[in-house]
Design a protein around this ligand. Sequence first.
Ligand code: KG4
Ligand code: ZN
Length: 334
Amino acid sequence: GNNPTILAIETSCDETAAAVVRGGKEIISNQVASQIAIHEQFGGVVPEVASRHHVQNMTTIVKKTLEEAELTYADLDAIAVTEGPGLVGALLVGVNTAKALAYANDLPLLPVHHIAGHIHAANLVQTIEYPAMALVVSGGHTSLIYMEDEGDYQIIGETRDDAVGEAYDKVARTIGLPYPGGPQIDKLAQEGEETIEFPRSWLEEDSYDFSFSGLKSSVLNYVHNRTQRGEDINKADIAASFQRSVVDVLVERAARAAMSYDTKQLILTGGVAANSAIREAMEVKMKKIGVQLIVPPLSLCTDNAAMIGAAAHVEWKKKNIAALTLNGVPNLSL
Ligand code: KG4
Ligand code: ZN
């Protein structure tokens, strides 16, 4: 039918997640087991550790998700799973679980691209109207994606080096903040002043690409030089100044993309879209240029399975059913 009830599974990085979504828009249940506390002690995600914890938690999370939904397998129309991109060992746990569940319950298996998932989180709060533009900012991606129609993804710009979340995490580590650094910088920046002039990388004038390694290096050098000279550093000012540089670039690029392409909506999504300064600045700018901004709530911006269930609805309509030979693809293209 048009309103399929889909059980979705997501294990591309360090969150073991499952959700039941109906018709691509309605969250029936949504469970996330975060491994943040585990990876915190290593200062970042350790792939092998992530895989092992997915194995340990996956079945329990699926069970909890169905219990929360008060549903059984007989009530489901399909199983969806993140096929990629992500950490291969992490992806395999979700993919294998989904294949087993699809086979055992004779349900179609829907493969979902993680970034399509982040974009479709927007459909859980509002309705995406095409053509639409999406800015996906996460730990692994910084991409501007133009969608003329549903399921049609055109990458018009992406990072040439570090993803923006990666830059956040590295800068955070440099000033001694725990992993993941994004939320920590976000908080600390609110107490700081934008007194330090860090570079903004604009690249070519007509490009929609991003570059954050120059900014990251500039912050690292600043901290290194000050520390060597025995001078104090003001962490809050560093956080605020770094963040301002990121915000300026993201907002300019997104606004120019939204104006140059025929679009009424801009979707801001991915883990870094949880950032308060980015949300605020984007809101102001989009209002100014008359583009509707859709930003999912924080819990749907960071990795979750509800967004995979929302994106799976598109695959359902396309009848894109995966074979039981489906594999995890770490560098899957959109
Ligand atoms: O989408 P996500 O949960 O996982 C990936 O697919 O990568 O994004 C994780 C990234 C991390 O780099 C984290 O530091 C960043 O999102 N992040 C933030 C904030 N919350 C999470 N960055 C800036 N400000 C935040 N409030
Ligand atoms: Zn993600």
